[in-house]
Design a protein around this ligand. Structure first.
Ligand SMILES: O=C(O)c1cc(=O)cc(C(=O)O)o1
Length: 502
């Protein structure tokens, strides 16, 4: 807690309100840092819980979230900070496997602290000169890793918006007068294509941009979750026969649930033949472009795409959020979205206004998501990122081996292409049953119960979900640098401890 002289102070006693307030300001902020360091310490403590679960109504009673009429003391604010983190899920804990984004990279976090302190907008070079230049350098490096020279990119508030920007640029490329004239510039029904395993944000582009989801054709995938190219071409021809205008194909590099990679070369050939825009949603798999060992064959041909989404906040471990969208053709983003608002994007500035990025996107104000990635890249180097990717894949391969060593307790659903390990847990009573539809139904039904036990015990978090081919199954994600083989062994033992009697 704060020293006696400062513990009754309020926000009005610190900078900027009180010009003499630096000592109190410093003490308060250092106390906040202490609270954050405690959280970081317990996040990396394997004996600490991943979460302290309470149902929402109980949680409300444990918290004091009331919005006060008069401000509270700095001391109370410190208590508020501690309480908030006490009930926050530790997504950086070595036993947190629940999402595609797991882990707490402390260099990236330090970058986020600086980003917050700089508190600037990314729309013009004028107020973010260093960060704008960093964006250029980092995004160009990522385009080189995709296999392009030139082109353009930007950071977006998440993979869904990155995919939307690709859609907008594709439509603009094919129908440049759409921007001014709207639908009448198109004179026909646009159609887009994606696999039935794709991220739902691709389909939402059709809803948001007026195609209608009926015109977002879901292409069947094979039993590995990969788009079937021959089906794609059939569906394109069928829509053309109906007088529709196919214009956009999304291929997924790393699907959300099973981590599948669509076959890019065959899909790119089809796009070339039919003159369609090829977008590759590598939001999840993109990090593997950094690995010479795993990039091929998963993303062979990615350089043939017209646009690529790649989220460093996923496999690369940059802090949330950090999503990038890359275009092979330079100039497309700005011509598609530019509105030239005179109060912001004046052309008579003293510096080269091509560095003003705000007019490239429909957002205007844009958060600085680049510094935490740049600082991380400075810390790791490209080879450090490659080691990180190879390590995550190695741990997933270890988990698959361990699961195969316990066929009585675990059923591996398919050989993973990346770090999504999909399996069923087998409680004692089903271990002698044949693997029939009847048993699969039981295995699906126990997922939410076993997950509930994990959350109540607070010792582990592994995600589950159904897909279009099967009921609930567990999907384990290893994307955290904190995870080791010991944690994989813990996961498999803990699920059995919690679930054997289900
Ligand atoms: O960035 C993430 O962690 C993320 C994004 C998703 O769309 C879906 C998931 C997920 O299914 O874990 O995670």
């Amino acid at each position: 807690s704060l020293s006696r002289e400062h513990c009754n102070l309020k926000y009005s006693d610190i900078l900027p309100h009180n010009a003499e307030g630096y000592p109190a300001t410093r003490e308060f902020l250092m106390k906040v840092v202490d609270i954050l360091l405690d959280f970081i310490k317990s996040t990396s403590d394997r004996n600490a819980k991943v979460l302290d679960f309470h149902h929402p109504s109980d949680m409300m009673r444990l918290l004091d979230l009331e919005i006060p009429d008069t401000g509270l003391t700095l001391q109370q604010l410190l208590i508020d900070c501690s309480t908030t983190l006490k009930y926050q899920v530790k997504t950086g804990h070595p036993h947190f496997f629940n999402q595609l984004s797991c882990g707490l990279d402390l260099i990236s976090m330090a970058g986020e602290w600086l980003t917050a302190t700089a508190n600037t907008n990314m729309f013009t070079y004028e107020i973010a000169p260093v960060f704008i230049l960093m964006e250029h350098v980092v995004l160009q490096k990522m385009r080189e890793l995709i296999g392009w020279s030139g082109g353009d990119s930007i950071l977006a508030p998440g993979g869904s918006i990155s995919n939307l920007y690709a859609f907008l640029a594709a439509r603009h490329k094919m129908f440049p007068t759409y921007k001014e004239r709207g639908l009448s510039a198109i004179g026909g029904q646009l159609v887009m294509f994606t696999s039935d395993q794709c991220h739902y944000s691709v389909k939402s582009c059709a809803a948001v941009c007026g195609l209608g989801t009926d015109n977002c054709v879901m292409v069947p995938s094979d039993d590995r979750g990969r788009m079937i190219p021959s089906k794609l071409e059939e569906l394109i021809m069928e829509r053309k026969a109906r007088g529709h205008i196919p214009f956009f194909v999304n291929a997924t590099a790393g699907t959300t649930v099973i981590g599948a990679f669509d076959p890019i070369p065959e899909i790119a050939d089809i796009c070339q033949r039919h003159k369609l825009w090829l977008h590759i949603d590598a939001a999840w798999g993109g990090g593997l472009l950094l690995s010479r060992r795993y990039r091929h064959p998963r993303m062979t041909g990615i350089e043939r795409a017209d646009s690529v989404t790649w989220n460093p906040h996923k496999l690369m471990g940059a802090l949330l959020q950090c999503s990038t969208i890359h275009f092979k053709e330079d100039g497309l983003l700005i011509s598609c979205n530019q509105m030239s608002a005179e109060y912001l994007f004046m052309t008579d500035k003293l510096y080269d206004v091509k560095y003003d990025t705000g007019d490239k996107v429909i957002q205007c104000g844009r958060h600085n998501d680049v510094f935490k990635l740049w600082l991380q890249w400075r810390a790791k180097g490209t080879e450090g990122f490659e080691k990180h990717m190879d390590r995550l894949m190695e741990l997933s391969e270890y988990m698959v081996r361990r699961i195969k060593q316990m066929p009585d307790k675990y059923y591996l659903i398919l050989e993973p292409e990346m770090v999504n390990v999909c399996f069923w847990y087998l409680p004692t009573r089903v271990r002698n049953m044949p693997h029939t539809a009847e048993r699969i139904k039981i295995l699906g039904d126990i997922c939410p119960i076993l997950k509930g036990r994990m959350m109540q015990a607070g010792t582990l978090m592994v995600g589950y979900q159904p897909d279009d081919r099967r009921p609930n199954f567990f999907r384990n994600i290893i994307s955290s640098a904190a995870v080791t083989e010991v944690d994989v062994d813990f996961l498999l033992a803990e699920m059995d401890r919690l679930g054997h009697d289900l």
